[in-house]
Design a protein around this ligand. Structure first.
Ligand SMILES: Nc1nc2c(c(=O)[nH]1)N[C@H]1C(S)=C(S)[C@@H](COP(=O)(O)O)O[C@H]1N2
Ligand SMILES: [Mo]
Length: 363
């Protein structure tokens, strides 16, 4: 190979590269940031939260550069059999999880809609990411080194980091523009990255359970809806008692990466509350599934939510939450509780709901 032709590239690489310990700590910091911003992004349903998704994507691209520095540095150690140590198994697994998370994240953002049975690329990305955290902690405990003052040349480091993160931002925007110009991906995507599922009614969009919820079909004729809690008069409604003639167009955006806009039909929660007369200091309304899965909305917001019996003019199918599911406009899909059996008016929020959504359905 002609070495002189590689020279400029090589020099740029060296110039961009912070000292090893700084690279390691940056990798660690980015994983922490990506974990927090990634999980937090699951709760973001309003377009004003676009910047969280951007930050997550740009930090991911910067991670590629730091990981490349790191892998180039340890290459010799990894390829030399005589220098293998047991602790290196963690290092290798950590690298695999990191590369898996990056590859799936990048391909997902670039717009390819790869699906492995019912998993979208986004769910696989999340899987790799969640695997990476414990692996990285284990890796860290075997090779822990604090960064030193001497590692820091402020001016140089600032320039290096600016170049890498600005480069990440440019690459991200460039990809977005290229996709738009070529018409390849993007038009139908939301700021959350979710891809559209078109059509009307039950068959137009996937059946999704957040983790393990999978109840038996509910018999409409013996089903009752209990409305209780901080109310003046409790209520038990049967299916035929529901005046389900309120219509509402609402967008369901699932954290596994798809969304759909449907016409929902059902009873307005505000109308239901009027019948039970909530206490004056009631703050929340909790929607509870037959499985125990539940979510609460502030009472003001709950007024405009819908307990839906129909979608796209069809009676809800079992998979979509029959007889009744919550339609919570402006909330992410996991908050749209299916198979509701109870509505509770409460004076307090319900932090345990976060845990319940994860473990509901496991025995
Ligand atoms: N009881 C219950 N409700 C649930 C879930 C669940 O697992 N259990 N999954 C939620 C998730 S993650 C989403 S995206 C929507 C999906 O609704 P769908 O299956 O009708 O598409 O339902 C939500 N409601
Ligand atoms: Mo979801």
């Amino acid at each position: 190979m002609d070495r002189t032709r590689l020279e400029p590239l090589h020099t740029a690489w060296d110039a961009l590269q912070p000292p090893p310990r700084l690279v390691d700590w940056t990798l660690f910091s980015i994983v922490v940031f990506e974990t927090i911003s990634g999980l937090y992004s699951f709760t973001v349903a309003d377009p004003s939260g676009w910047w969280i998704f951007w930050a997550h994507r740009i930090a991911g691209l910067a991670f590629v550069v730091f990981l490349a520095f790191k892998l180039a540095r340890v290459r010799g150690r990894l390829l030399d059999r005589d220098r293998w140590l047991r602790s290196m198994a963690f290092s290798v697994l950590t690298a695999i999880a990191a590369i898996g998370a990056l590859a799936t994240g990048i391909v997902w953002v670039a717009g390819l809609d790869v699906r492995l049975s019912f998993w979208t690329l986004l769910s696989i990305h999340v899987g790799f990411g969640l695997l990476l955290v414990p692996l990285m902690i284990a890796h860290l405990t075997t090779r822990f080194r604090l960064p030193r003052r001497a590692d820091l040349d402020r001016r140089r480091t600032t320039l290096q980091y600016s170049a890498i993160f600005v480069g990440g931002a440019v690459a991200y925007r460039g990809q977005e523009l290229a996709n738009r110009l070529l018409g390849t991906a993007g038009e139908d995507r939301r700021f959350t990255g979710s891809q559209v599922r078109k059509g009307e009614g039950n068959d137009a969009f996937p059946l999704t359970s957040w983790v393990a919820d999978d109840p038996d079909p509910i018999d409409r004729d013996s089903w009752t809806l209990d409305v209780r809690g901080a109310v003046d008069s409790e209520l038990a409604l049967e299916y035929d008692d529901l005046d389900s003639d309120t219509e509402l167009e609402a967008l369901l955006d699932c954290t596994s990466g798809w969304y759909t806009v449907q016409d929902w039909q059902g009873i307005r929660v505000g109308d239901l509350l009027e019948e039970v007369d909530p206490a004056s200091d009631a703050e929340y309304v909790r929607f509870v599934s037959v499985t125990g899965y539940r979510w609460s909305l502030p009472i003001e917001e709950a007024q405009d939510a819908l307990l839906a019996t129909h979608v796209g003019g069809e009676r809800l199918s079992h998979g979509h939450g029959a007889p009744v599911r919550l339609v919570a406009p402006g909330r992410r899909g996991f908050q749209w509780v299916k198979w509701i059996v109870r509505v509770e008016v409460r004076k307090r929020g319900d932090p345990a709901q976060w845990l319940v959504t994860l473990i509901s359905g496991f025995d």
